[in-house]
Ligand binder design. Sequence first.
Ligand SMILES: [Zn+2]
Length: 403
Amino acid sequence: METRRLYYDDSYQRDFSAQVLSCEPEAHGATPAWNVVLDCTALYPTSGGQPHDLGKLGEANVLDVRDEGEDVVHVVDRELPLGSVKGCVDWGRRFDHMQQHTGQHLLSAMFQERYGRPTVSFHLGNDLCTVDLRGPEPTEEILEGAERAANQVISEDRPINVRYGTAEQFAEMGVRKEVQRAGILRAIEIEGADLQPCGGTHVRSTAQIGIVLVRDCTKMRQDWRVEFVCGLRAARVSRNDFQLLHRAAEELGCAPEDVPGAVQRAVAERDLHFKNMRTLLQRVAEADAAAALRSAKVEGNGIRVIAQIFGEGNQPEYLNGFATGIAKSDKAVALLGMSAEGNLLFAQNPAAGKDMNALLKQVFAQFAGKGGGTRDFARGKLNDAAQANRAVAFARQFLASGS
Ligand SMILES: [Zn+2]
């Protein structure tokens, strides 16, 4: 027997009496649950883009409501005896869905009629709702224009009616989206604004939508996904937006309206400081390299080897600057390591006549790691940073052995 859907004729019915026709244990699922079929219900099952209701059947909590052919199946958390039962709808949740869903009808109608952007699908999410629009990218003017037009219709408090008729009758009445289904169909009419076949639940006049707020628009495959929220949810979302803006303004020490400018200045300052820091780091590294060269011992063949390990807090930029500073000097070789990260950097002045890449390969034959480079400049990283000291000592010894 088909479940009679009370919400079709009165979406404001919160309490109802019904007969439990069957109550079967749910086959799947981690927690025990029962599938209940009633002769009639005011609880809306997930369908047509609108999420299911919650509520109670007797003492049982409704966990899910599913549309299964002609039946509405209520998933509940305890077994119910066959016979009479009182049911109720979680009204806060349902009314929110009604606000979002009716707002979606209205917004879709405005996008289509004013801007030729038909809605191909929609989704009522837990936080935000979306409509997918076909056609070219909606400009900021279109997004704002559709929002303004929808809010104008809301302020006029127009009646919203449920209409029944055939597909042909609806087509004659100028339905927004034609359907090819036989029999008597149900459509929702927003007077003077929209007619759309739909089996969902809606508010009874546009004022009850409260407000439509359009938010982001992003590309979704071939369509454009427009986020929106309506009613009390819109109030929550904009309060949250304000709090975020207020917090950002507090952090930046400015008025909320000055946040974009203040962020722009802070980012520009940060970039400039970073640039200056790199320049200074380079200069310090070069000065340190010069000092290291002065105290380095000149070996028999005129080569000076600077082997050094840098501890924590040294930037790779510093290591580069240091190596480059050494390699500028005639016949100088830099064998550098970072003890915290395990980085190695070998560089030479070409006149030193060694092969840094080959030397690094020799090191990695002894200590696990990887890297490479050219004859004059090679770098790599040890798997075990704790080996950096030994690896540099090994390289120095290998170089001295006259390879
Ligand atoms: Zn609808």
